[in-house]
Design a protein around this ligand. Structure first.
Ligand code: SF4
Length: 290
């Protein structure tokens, strides 16, 4: 008798489900990760922004244990010049850190995006977005926690019980708490955090509790909307956990082969699977008159 293969779900699948359940279906079938055609610039910018978020402490002069000795500052260096130098320094290592993700990107194109990125961020110290650097330099609850306790970068977790795995961007451990923090490069909501971010944090909370033992309860998490230099704290509520578990079950069914309905606000116009999705619809119509 054929044994049933255990389906594994990634936390990122839950977020994908909330955008459109069919994205989970096609991603599972085609193992499509990484860069969509025509979206290379945005993809590279997201990576650069993410790397900045891992190094914000450098903007306000903090140094982590594994940071190399900083270059001495020249007396005549202005704040803008210093910020530009820090940005250049951070994005310099990106090609090596994200080697796998950037596979296939032309060197010249990457350099061009990088240059534009550095220019736009350096300029944002003076333009209408002028508060980016200011905000980054201003202490907040998250930066205080990071300075006091540090964080583990991209902490990977796996729960056999839940059949779920995930890697949280930053994991802060204080004497009493374990706190997950996610870096988001997209739009920042006006208040609080997006629903999909709450679900994702609840999923990380459950993975953390499995790893750190029954006495650990994750009560809160952070989302860092790096484009806006905003960090938002959110409580991890029972209803977020319930929703995460419900979505986890649905994702498993999809990964087992169930073809789902499309999402209510599915972004079909910019979807990499649009063609396959359409072909499947046509096939189903021909077979079942759907
Ligand atoms: S084309 Fe639309 S419905 Fe199909 S997977 Fe993409 S977003 Fe979902």
């Amino acid at each position: 008798m054929k044994s049933r293969v255990k389906v594994r779900v990634k936390v990122s699948d839950l977020t994908r489900y909330l955008i459109c359940p069919r994205l989970v279906y096609f991603s599972a079938k085609e193992h499509h990760e990484g860069m969509a055609k025509g979206k290379e610039r945005g993809f590279i910018e997201s990576i650069l922004l993410k790397e900045l978020a891992f190094n914000l402490h450098k903007f306000y002069g903090e140094r982590k244990e594994d940071d190399p000795e900083p270059e001495p500052e020249s007396e005549s260096e202005t704040e803008e010049e210093h910020a530009k130098r820090v940005i250049e320094d951070i994005v310099d290592g990106v090609e090596r850190i994200y080697k796998e993700e950037l596979k296939g990107v032309e060197k010249d194109f990457f350099e061009e995006v990088k240059e534009d990125f550095i220019r736009s961020l350096s300029m944002s110290t003076k333009t209408e977005n002028g508060d980016w650097l200011e905000k980054v330099r201003t202490e907040n609850e998250l930066s205080e926690l990071e300075n006091a306790y540090g964080y583990e970068r991209e902490h990977a977790m796996l729960s056999e019980k839940l059949s779920m795995s995930g890697s949280v961007d930053k994991l802060i451990r204080t004497e009493e708490e374990v706190i997950p923090c996610m870096i988001k490069t997209g739009k920042c909501p006006e208040y609080s955090v997006w629903k999909s971010d709450r679900v994702q944090l609840a999923a990380y909370a459950m993975l953390i509790e499995e790893e750190f033992g029954f006495e650990t309860t994750v009560k809160r998490g952070f989302v860092e909307y790096i484009r806006n230099a905003e960090s938002r704290e959110t409580q991890i509520r029972r209803r977020d956990r319930a929703l995460a578990l419900q979505i986890l079950k649905r994702v498993k069914r999809i990964k087992e082969g169930v073809y789902p309905e499309k999402g209510g606000n599915a972004p079909c116009d910019k979807c990499v699977f649009a063609e396959r999705c359409e072909t499947r619809k046509t096939l189903l119509s021909a077979l079942f008159g759907k």
